[in-house]
Design a protein around this ligand. Structure first.
Ligand code: F6P
Length: 324
């Protein structure tokens, strides 16, 4: 291979820039030319390519977001869109691609690689940490740190007013952000899609606290929880125990997607970006580069998307014990 294209796609995640930098610098080490594609698959379809050299990725390792911009492309979901995208790659003589994104990005890459002869390596860039084949995804650690910082602040006011706060965090269908935020911020309870929690469980936790004369509580709710979002759960609790607790809801939202990447995310992004180029040089294709037990591993896109990443049951058990 001589020319690689790199792009970011789907929701942005802190550390994506560090990954782009690692890709460009490792490629340059191997005398490969790199083109950056703007706005993910949208830019691929539109032929929005720009040569990236070592100097072009200076001064970005510490920046949140993605300098390549990102998009969720509807056009790439159609065979015609993917055909146009492939024609753009050929027009720029691209022999291989590096896709930085999450589930949707790899679903697109997987189909694209079946339809067109272009090797692709993926880098897990999503705050949700919901990809099999890597212990952590790029952006997850920073997002959790942001959520913890928010919950620490909410704790101050919850304590002062003796209030119960339901704090909603992102994660789409996964509860990793919620579980890690809950444990690290000392929340009373965590409601995630993976744990079968009932309203009675939540009410039980609050009553147990109240018995100990502790009227303030923090409950972390994953946005994809089966019990509903934070507002819905708060309303149900209020219905069960009308007026017993002074309840408030805080939805942290897109704050979790921004900010300077943490040390862990810069490390993950640098190692994975480097591994993606090394993988292409070694002839790997249609796999995601991840880190499991501190080792680089390459997982086929299909498995990364469809194999369920099981949440650590010991952590769930421990969260319950530490909150008591
Ligand atoms: O996948 C990352 C994520 O932030 C999810 O946690 C969330 O459900 C979704 O993206 C929000 O998407 P958007 O930025 O398009 O509103």
């Amino acid at each position: 291979i001589k020319r690689i294209a790199v792009f970011t796609s789907g929701g942005d995640a802190p550390g994506m820039n560090a990954a782009i930098r690692a890709v460009v610098r490792t490629a340059s080490f191997h005398d490969l030319h790199v083109y950056g594609i703007s706005r993910g698959y949208e830019g691929m379809i539109d032929g929005d390519f720009k040569r990236l050299e070592r100097k072009d990725v200076a001064n970005i390792i510490h920046r949140g977001g993605t300098v390549l911009k990102t998009a969720r492309s509807k056009r790439f979901m159609t065979p015609e869109g993917r055909k146009t995208a492939y024609e753009s790659l050929k027009a720029f003589d691209i022999d291989a691609c590096i896709a930085i994104g999450g589930n949707g990005t790899f679903t697109g890459a997987n189909i694209f690689a079946q339809e067109h002869p272009i090797p692709i390596i993926g880098l897990p860039g999503t705050i949700d940490n919901d990809l099999f084949g890597t212990d952590y995804t790029i952006g997850f650690d920073t997002a959790v740190n942001t959520a913890i910082d928010a919950v620490d602040k909410i704790r101050d006011t919850a304590d002062s007013h003796d209030r119960v706060f339901f704090v909603e965090v992102m994660g789409r269908h996964a509860g990793y952000i919620a579980l890690h935020t809950g444990i690290a911020s000392g929340a009373e309870s965590v409601v995630t899609p993976e744990i079968d929690t009932t309203i009675e469980d939540v009410v039980g936790v609050l009553q147990r606290s109240a018995k100990r004369k502790k009227l303030f509580s923090l409950i972390i709710v994953a946005e994809g929880s089966r019990l509903g979002n934070a507002n819905e759960i708060a309303a149900k609790v209020n219905e069960r125990l009308p007026g017993v607790f002074d309840i408030r809801v805080a939805v942290i939202g897109h704050l979790q997607r921004g900010g300077a990447p943490s040390h862990l995310d810069r490390m993950l992004a640098s190692r994975m970006g480097h591994a993606a180029v090394e993988g292409l040089v070694e002839g790997k294709a249609d796999v995601m580069a991840g880190i499991v037990n501190d080792e680089i591993v390459y997982t086929p896109f299909y498995d990364a998307i469809f194999t369920e990443k099981t949440i650590n049951n010991q952590l769930i058990k421990m969260a319950g014990i530490l909150a008591m």
